[in-house]
Design a protein around this ligand. Structure first.
Ligand code: S3P
Length: 172
């Protein structure tokens, strides 16, 4: 089984991915962590040293490499992965990949990303109203890409177990 989780920063892709993979006895990979391991650098370092365009290029390459190399997995993407290059087409072209858009409200996303702002270079300089406005606009731009996922799961106030169960129901 090949499962891809996508959605905006802070929607819970990594946490849910890990729990889902445990419950399905599948290997879990977080694309950001995969990139960090391969490049030997943190995502924030790659952004600062080489810029976002370089990051998007290697992100696309590693996504393709990963999907083509592995037969069974739960993979959580970065928040921007579906929105650049042909990444969403690449995912949809693999007929055996099932993708889930983990949708969360702007308020929920703001709360979640505020816990660890330095981890996310695109948001690290923002807080308060500025952060809310940025996320609202950014999410509006990105939603058409996220909406191409096979299924959409609304996550807002649900606990992780409920979300994992909802995903598993769709997989059966
Ligand atoms: C990004 C999201 C991050 C990471 C990078 C860019 C984005 O991943 O890939 O900082 O463009 O939304 P998370 O969604 O896991 O934070």
């Amino acid at each position: 089984m090949k499962v891809v989780l996508l959605g905006y920063m802070g929607c819970g892709k990594t946490t849910i991915g890990r729990k889902l993979s445990n419950s399905l006895y599948l290997d879990f990979t977080d694309l950001d962590q995969y990139i960090e391991k391969r490049e030997g650098k943190m995502i924030s370092e790659i952004f600062h040293e080489k810029g976002e365009i370089y990051f998007r290029k290697i992100e696309s390459n590693y996504l393709k490499e990963f999907i083509n190399k592995h037969d069974s997995f739960v993979l959580s993407l970065g928040g921007g992965t579906p929105c650049y290059g042909n990444n969403m087409i690449e995912i949809m072209n693999h007929k055996d990949v099932i993708s889930f858009y983990l949708q969360a409200s702007i308020q929920t996303l703001c709360q979640r990303v505020s816990y660890n702002p330095s981890k996310r270079p695109l948001l690290s300089s923002l807080s308060g109203n500025e952060l809310t406005e940025y996320i609202a606009k950014h999410l509006f731009e990105r939603s058409p890409f996220y909406e191409q996922a096979t299924y959409k799961i609304v996550t807002n106030s649900k606990d992780w177990n409920t979300i994992v169960t909802e995903i598993r129901i769709k997989l059966h």
